[in-house]
Design a protein around this ligand. Sequence first.
Ligand code: NAP
Ligand code: GLV
Length: 310
Amino acid sequence: MSTIIFHATGGNPEQWLQSLKQVLPNDTLRVWQAGDIAAADYAIVWKPPAEMLAGRTGLKGIFNLGAGVDAILQLGDALPASVPVIRLDDAGMGIQMAEYVSHAVLRYFRQLDRYDTQRQAQQWRFLKPFQKQEFSVGVLGLGVLGQRIIDAVAHFGFPLHGWSRTQKDLTGVTCHSGAAGLDTFLRASRVLVCILPLTGETQGILKRENLQKLPQGAYVINVARGAHMIEDDLLALIQDEHIAGATLDVFEQEPLPAGHPFWSEPRISITPHISALTMRDESARQIAGKIHSLEQGHAISGIVDPSRGY
Ligand code: NAP
Ligand code: GLV
């Protein structure tokens, strides 16, 4: 029987505890409160305060209620170095990312925003279609979610490019890797999708120097983290008409502040960090399965390498 402490910034602890109790009926679960230093075997967290984890060397694992672990790793020395951090592996996010990105790619490719604008003016006007063979989709990040996006977009027959840290070999995808492969990847990507983890190496990767290497009329989709993007650089390139527009789910500051210039740029579609939500029951099942495996001494997937940052 294990003791588990729980904290999810912005989440509903009662609902989470209900889901977790169903899959961990023999374990003791409690919502962590400030000042709680009583022993625990596991922590289940989203954006935890440093105080919750500092000095807890007795933990056997810290489960992150999301795929991105940037908010945990930024705790730095407050994070007990010997305790593994475990991210969610898909857990229902892959299909959501596939839906979101496919929709954004198709909306741009089929010029549906332009037809909407025409519809508002009661205009019945044919727009010259884009040629699919000239419409490569490039995905930055070929991990769990990046590959789900690639699989979904592949159904529509777009030429595909992907970029990762280590070289991949994916059927039907021209794969690029590392700093040496970035330039060719960018020049080939008419639509750029960012689904990278936020690390020291990837922060600010969507900056002018890189974005201007995209072909004229490129479209940008960011579903990773706001800090991947230099927002002023994107805006300037859209205003210069080098980039045709963007669909953004994540921002440097969330919620996106009132008066931010993105709100008044019609070529930017905005959603409030919903491209792939954490699915409560599915995530609880995945975490429970991993706790059982760890208790039996079995290996699990999803352990974060702190030196890589993901
Ligand atoms: P993952 O499985 O860890 O995949 C990460 C991918 O990024 C891997 O292909 C990795 O390369 C590549 N990568 C990492 N650092 C790189 C670098 N320096 N240069 C080139 N490639 C690099 O992660 P995931 O589950 O797909 O999730 C990705 C991110 O999506 C999360 O970290 C999170 O921030 C974001 N996310 C956002 C939402 C949302 O709602 N907006 C929801 C879920 C997740 P290798 O394959 O070579 O290791
Ligand atoms: C959400 O943003 C996640 O990282 O799961």
